[in-house]
Design a protein around this ligand. Structure first.
Ligand code: ZN
Length: 493
């Protein structure tokens, strides 16, 4: 029902835009914004849920939950008796100066805020807003889902840390076995790591129930976010002690095998942190070992989120190569440093040939790494046929949305065909289960034989195509996307 509403909205929009073949380069900023918002963008593959929440929402929740704000540190604090720099969140909400300073503190909207670089402001913001979202994982998820649906986008692969504290603690208890990964795994299993799988599933149930409640799913007031399909990527912390990172990854693989909602691994925290740099190769070995290079569970790894500003040329020369060859990663988060890799052209050619996608986050890379425009490898990757898909990374901190990133890409030379490919890639290169509707992902000329000639219809004809769509999560999402795409394009003819 909600989808039909979206289509009606598109039909209305078409009266204002009569271009048959969209030439994004000729659009005004307003046209491009409206166009990219209405365009079905398939899904989002790189989204850290807590970083996707805007500070307006955090402050509202904090006021409802009785939290306090330290107005000197500009960070949330537990409920308190107001005194000195500690104010109630409710009072900060109604104080224009304090509210604005808090929003500055929780986002990157004010360049150079408190003398910090974009990089430092970004990574330190998590510690300042964290408390406001810690007890509201369902509300956070609901915000992200509803935001995507509002942008005509219906698939999300959300990065979440399951059993965050227990997995870190268990790792610390077991200790590091000096790189003997088999012994490490055995020790963690004996220490009860598998018990955390059931706990993580209960935690996921609670998060999803909270999101459904916030979105009023299953009621006549159901919000558009109820229509979004969500899967989760396990975040492991790459700046934790080695034994704890390993425990999080081991839990992740077991969870992916036990629960189809969890579909892949990720490694998070600043890649340029001294301990992340020191342990980088060991982390790649861990992922390769635990996943059997992707055979047991796929991985999408932050790699090459580096620039001269925050890493040495040596450090920029091998991270993506090891993620692909040692860890067996099927997607790369950011990949900004790919042209700096040893044998960059050969690596790019290999990624194009084997279908390793780069999740491109233009605004994030600009703010954090200070790499943008012609310095960003986005065009270089496309020229080499490396699959790419646009995503936001942390929309709330960066104050953007997915449509903004599509518009930004268009402003940096991407054509409509590039944006359309990015949207299709967001499902074809997702870790959704099942066979896809395309034989040639990233090219999209050959649909699966069963569905040839049918893509774009509301429903598949009974028979092999309908059977394929019914049996495959990926095909089902692709089917919906192709229909939305057809409607979107039809509305512009
Ligand atoms: Zn990220």
């Amino acid at each position: 029902m909600r989808l039909l509403g979206t289509v009606a909205a598109l039909a209305l929009l078409s009266t204002a835009s009569a271009h048959a073949a969209p030439d994004l380069g000729k659009m005004t900023s307003g046209e491009l914004t409206a166009f990219t918002k209405a365009m079905p963008k398939g899904g989002e593959l790189h989204n850290h849920v807590s970083g996707a929440i805007f500070p307006e929402t955090f402050l509202k929740w904090a006021a409802e939950d009785g939290l306090c704000v330290d107005v000197a540190a500009l960070a949330f604090r537990p409920p308190c008796t107001p005194a000195g720099d500690l104010k109630t969140a409710a009072s900060v909400l109604s104080n224009d100066t304090q509210r604005s300073a808090l929003y500055d503190s929780l986002t990157t909207r004010e360049p150079g805020f408190q003398g910090r670089s974009g990089h430092d402001q970004f990574f330190s913001a998590f510690g300042r807003f964290g408390l406001a979202g810690d007890k509201r994982p369902g509300d956070e998820l609901a915000e992200v889902l509803d935001g995507l649906a509002r942008q005509n986008t219906f698939y999300l692969e959300a990065m979440v840390t399951p059993q965050a504290a227990p997995s870190i603690i268990l790792g610390a208890k077991v200790g590091w076995k000096d790189g003997d990964l088999a012994a490490q795994k055995k020790a963690l299993t004996e220490a009860g790591l598998d018990n955390l799988v059931a706990d993580a599933m209960v935690e996921t149930d609670a998060m999803e129930a909270g999101a459904r409640q916030a979105l009023k799913c299953g009621t006549p007031q159901a919000r558009p976010g109820c229509q979004v399909t969500v899967r989760y990527l396990v975040q492991a912390n790459r700046i934790a002690p080695l034994a704890s990172t390993f425990a999080q990854l081991q839990l992740g693989v077991a969870l992916i095998q036990a629960d189809k909602r969890w579909v892949g691994l990720q490694l998070v925290a600043p890649e340029d942190h001294p301990s992340a740099l020191a342990n980088y190769s060991q982390h790649m070995k861990m992922v390769g070992f635990l996943t059997e290079q992707g055979r047991l569970a796929p991985a999408a790894l932050h790699a090459g989120e580096l620039s001269f500003k925050y890493a040495t040329p040596g450090e920029m020369s091998f991270h993506i190569g090891e993620a692909v060859h040692v860890a067996g990663a099927r997607r790369i988060g950011h990949g900004v440093a790919l042209p700096h890799e040893n044998g960059a052209e050969a690596l790019a050619a290999e990624m194009a040939a084997t279908g390793v996608l780069v999740e491109v986050n233009l605004t994030s890379n600009d703010v954090i790494l200070e790499v943008s425009g012609k310095d960003h490898p986005y065009a270089w990757l496309r020229q080499r046929g490396v699959p790419v898909s646009l995503s936001t990374d942390d929309a709330g901190i960066l104050r953007i949305d997915l449509s903004h990133e599509y518009a930004r890409a268009a402003g940096e030379g991407a054509g409509y065909a590039d944006l359309k490919r990015s949207a299709r890639n967001a499902i074809a290169f997702s870790f959704l289960a099942g066979e896809g509707l395309w034989i040639d992902p990233n090219v999209y000329r050959r649909p699966a034989k069963a569905c040839a000639g049918q893509l774009g219809a509301v429903t598949p004809k009974p028979g092999p195509c309908a059977d394929m769509v019914a049996c495959s999560d990926k095909a089902r999402e692709q089917w919906r996307h192709e229909w939305l795409l057809r409607e979107f394009e039809k509305a512009r003819k």
